[in-house]
Design a protein around this ligand. Structure first.
Ligand SMILES: [Zn+2]
Length: 327
């Protein structure tokens, strides 16, 4: 066996990771490498020739590092400047591009996500900057679109409620009213945020913050994402009967109220597994998330779940989205 080269660490063949920190740093050692990547990806495949919007034809470009150390590429025919970050989430950010790429790497390489507080420590940026970076990545790059590949075959769906626990003082007050259960339900309706999710068994998941768990609201999401003639698996909530009929779905229901959780292949364990991943992740990593920002966090968990077998693909698809998303 050849001696190990400690200056060129290699990922162990048996490592679960398909994309290690060393590999990330090798491809993106500094800010210039990140900027070059954007330039190549967005404008100039060969790094030199790009379509000049002013000349309206392909021209050779030259790279210039300006006095303020900003880099731009300049058309050698007309002098027009092009910035590889123009229109992307990185544009006009005073945060180094390398740190942006680093944040994306950290986001996809952790199973449960990392908090803005942790990112602040990892990157040496302010908490406000860390929070803003994550916010933009979640809401601009990880969005779920109705035109993503539709779900089909066996599709489980379920709703859940996110939010904290009632305070002890509130609970005590409810008991005094003599109808603690209805008070607790009212409290939950008012404070908790409903979330609706669908997952194709062995496939992808979608999850959305919804204003209510009424039929028309959920039905719109189902019809936008699930192909007709699919089989849908739900609990006994009456809402789903109408949804199944309208969407011409084969409908299998599990009777949780009778304490039945699995009957042959009739169950909702896959979507419930996803919910527990989200709840554990948000509870353990981010502690509490307000309703206003919940969709962004859901996007992040959905993004990772849907690419769960390949961190390398996860990172690159995020980067390519960043290069393609022009606001
Ligand atoms: Zn030009």
């Amino acid at each position: 066996m050849p001696p190990v080269d400690r200056n060129a660490p290699r990922r162990a063949g048996s490592s679960e990771s398909s994309w290690s920190l060393m590999e990330f740093l090798r491809d993106f050692p500094d800010d210039a490498a990140c900027l070059d990547w954007l330039w190549h990806t967005r404008y100039a495949l060969d790094g030199e020739h790009a379509l000049c919007p002013k000349c309206e034809q392909e021209r050779p470009f030259r790279k210039y590092v300006m006095v303020n150390r900003n880099t731009s590429w300049t058309c050698t025919a007309c002098g027009h400047h092009m910035h590889p970050t123009a229109g992307t989430i990185f544009h006009k950010s005073s945060t180094s591009l390398h740190l942006w790429f680093d944040a994306m790497y950290l986001m996809v390489s952790t199973r449960c996500g990392i908090s803005a507080k942790q990112l602040e420590r990892e990157l040496g940026v302010t908490y406000k900057t860390a929070w803003r970076m994550f916010h933009l990545i979640r809401n601009e790059l990880m969005t779920q679109d109705d035109d993503d590949e539709p779900l089909s075959g066996d599709v489980e769906m379920d709703e859940m409620f996110m939010g904290g626990k009632p305070r002890a003082a509130d609970r005590a007050a409810w008991v005094k009213t003599g109808n603690a259960r209805s008070a607790a339900r009212k409290w939950a309706d008012k404070t908790k945020t409903p979330v609706f999710g669908m997952v194709q068994r062995g496939g992808k998941v979608s999850a959305y913050v919804v204003p209510s768990t009424q039929g028309p609201t959920l039905g719109r999401h189902v019809e936008a994402r699930v192909l007709p003639k699919s089989t849908i698996y739900t609990d006994e909530a009456p809402t789903y009967v109408g949804i199944a009929r309208r969407g011409r779905y084969d409908h299998k229901r599990i009777h949780h109220a009778e304490r039945v959780y699995v009957e042959g292949n009739v169950h909702t364990n896959t979507i419930e597994g996803f919910w527990s991943l989200v709840k554990r992740g948000i509870g353990g990593t981010h502690h509490a998330v307000s309703a206003k920002f919940l969709q962004g966090y859901l996007n992040e968990y959905v993004w990772r779940y849907n690419r769960r077998d390949d961190e390398r693909a996860m990172f690159w698809s995020l980067l390519l989205r960043a290069a393609a998303t022009v606001s």
